[in-house]
Design a protein around this ligand. Structure first.
Ligand SMILES: [Zn+2]
Length: 184
């Protein structure tokens, strides 16, 4: 049985307003060229079990170690003006005969706030694990879904954490890092 990391929100046509190098991980079109801040405030949904919190905390470390983004815990919303991520759980049973199993989903959502002088874009993102499958509670799945939340799309490279089929990849590839740098 193939464990698929899909059901991801960002399914849309790429517009390539950013020049993404050939070997870099594709970037979700809605985050391209919007100039997002590198700082994110994240929180866990109330129903997320302890093992889900653990794997998302591990995923946060992986991305913070790059120095490209800066993810900080937030105990309550401090109003508008910030990128934010909600880590959550959902339940979706695929049935015994399913050829593929969806382990998680995630994606960005861009909101624009503007005043007289300028328009700012914020990402209100979600990364979520399918609680019906134990395999979803792994660092690799959490890193993949957080990658979507930050704006990465699926990669054809098996070295990428954004490869759509679960294969235990927990290290960001060079292509993943290139694309993160392009977004932030
Ligand atoms: Zn995915």
């Amino acid at each position: 049985m193939t464990t698929l990391l899909s059901g991801d929100r960002p399914v849309m046509t790429q517009t390539h307003s950013l020049k993404v190098p050939k070997n870099a991980t594709p970037i979700v079109s809605i985050v391209q060229g919007v100039g997002l801040s590198k700082t994110y405030y994240y929180h866990f949904s109330k129903d997320l079990p302890a093992e889900g919190k653990q794997v998302f905390a591990d995923a946060v470390k992986v991305y913070n170690q790059t120095g490209i983004v800066h993810l900080v815990p937030n105990s309550g919303w401090h109003g508008a003006g910030h990128n934010r991520i909600t880590f959550s759980v959902y339940h979706k049973e695929m049935g015994k005969r399913a050829a593929t199993v969806e382990l998680g989903h995630g994606g960005p959502e861009i909101e624009q706030t503007s005043d007289t002088w300028e328009t700012d874009s914020e990402n209100h993102a979600v990364a979520s694990l399918n609680g019906d499958y134990n395999a979803a509670f792994s660092d690799a799945v959490a890193i993949h879904e957080l990658g979507h939340a930050l704006g990465l799309a699926h990669s054809k490279s098996c070295h990428s954490v954004m490869y759509p089929i679960a294969h235990g990849q927990t290290r960001l590839s060079r292509g993943d890092l290139t694309s993160l740098k392009l977004i932030y």
